[in-house]
Design a protein around this ligand. Structure first.
Ligand SMILES: NC(=O)C1=CN([C@@H]2O[C@H](COP(=O)(O)OP(=O)(O)OC[C@H]3O[C@@H](n4cnc5c(N)ncnc54)[C@H](OP(=O)(O)O)[C@@H]3O)[C@@H](O)[C@H]2O)C=CC1
Ligand SMILES: O=C(O)C1=N[C@H](C(=O)O)C[C@H](O)C1
Length: 269
């Protein structure tokens, strides 16, 4: 199966090229960089440090049309949606890791999935997807007596906030508590904001240095606190998840899937 990597020279792009080179059953078909990039024409394997791949980087998905089966896209919302329109038109599968999409953008991605299989997840690590199930269990057991706060930390270059993973964690906890995240989320606090309401879910964001991705969900009760934490120490954990998803999509019909489908972790909510 041939893989195209969008944003090949990005933090995730480079690691994804390495992951393709290590995966059984997958082959690098194309590596796409920003138009005008000085990396156009450079060997993608050499750029990512895995040695010559024979695939020269290009600057446009249309130039790769005949060279791939699955597009792996970890970039930014506008570009991912443009690529989804292309994949829909040309019958290509997609693995999407891009975060920071608003509701309208997510809807647009699901429309593309009416015609092609797309796996879309804010975090492709096995650990985070297991944590999502732990969070559901904890929230159901602890209930409304425990205040929920979600704290995430990422590297200084991250553009979206809070992280896609933190938002998904919030959705899972809110769902388990019978709340609507859009109504109960509070993002950061500053000034004389008054006492915390009992039903809010707070989000705190830290940005700095080279933190790959830390997430903690705090359930704070009277007399005790429960903290469920995941720490990513290498982007390879996300890249391996993306490869697993690309292989999993091979025999799937059109539709929007997530990493819990790939890992067979889906639970009744
Ligand atoms: N789902 C998951 O498991 C994970 C998701 N992510 C998400 O992945 C996304 C990317 O993260 P990260 O790799 O750190 O970001 P980067 O900014 O490092 O990577 C994005 C890359 O896309 C390139 N790019 C810009 N425009 C184009 C274009 N028109 N065509 C092709 N490439 C283009 C950028 O080039 P340039 O820099 O020159 O503009 C950059 O190299 C984020 O949304 C992040 O949250 C990250 C990790 C895990
Ligand atoms: O931008 C990142 O780096 C990451 N983004 C994802 C997110 O927004 O949740 C996943 C991971 O935490 C790394």
């Amino acid at each position: 199966m041939k893989i195209a990597i969008m944003g090949a020279a990005g933090r995730m792009g480079k690691v994804l090229i390495e992951a393709v080179s290590e995966a059984d059953g997958l082959e690098l078909g194309a590596a796409i960089v920003e138009p005008g990039s000085s990396l156009v024409g450079v060997d993608a394997g050499e750029m990512s440090g895995v040695g010559k791949s024979g695939v020269l980087m290009i600057d446009g998905l249309e130039k790769a049309k005949g060279d791939f089966d699955v597009l792996v896209d970890f970039t930014f919302p506008d570009l991912t949606l443009k690529n989804a329109r292309f994949c829909r038109e040309h019958g290509k599968r997609m693995v999407v890791g891009t975060t920071g999409m608003n509701e309208a953008e997510k809807n647009e991605l699901s429309q593309a999935a009416e015609d092609v299989p797309i796996m879309f997840a804010p975090n492709m690590s096995v650990g985070v997807n297991v944590v999502l199930n732990l969070l559901r269990t904890a929230a159901q057991a602890l209930g409304d007596d425990y205040d929920v706060e979600i704290i995430e930390a990422h590297h200084r270059h991250k553009k979206d906030s809070p992280s896609g993973t933190a938002v998904r964690m919030g959705e899972v906890v809110a769902g388990a508590l019978g709340r609507n995240l859009q109504e109960c989320a509070v993002y950061g606090r500053e000034g004389f904001v008054g006492e915390r309401s009992r039903t809010e879910i707070g989000f705190e964001t830290i940005r700095g240095g080279d933190v790959v991705g830390d997430h903690t969900v705090l359930f704070a009760g009277i007399g005790e606190r429960v903290e469920i934490t995941h720490k990513a120490s290498s982007r390879m954990t996300f890249a391996k998840g993306a490869m697993r998803a690309a292989l999993w999509l091979a025999d799937k019909p059109a539709g929007l899937y997530d990493m819990q489908d790939v890992l067979n972790l889906k639970q009744e909510s």
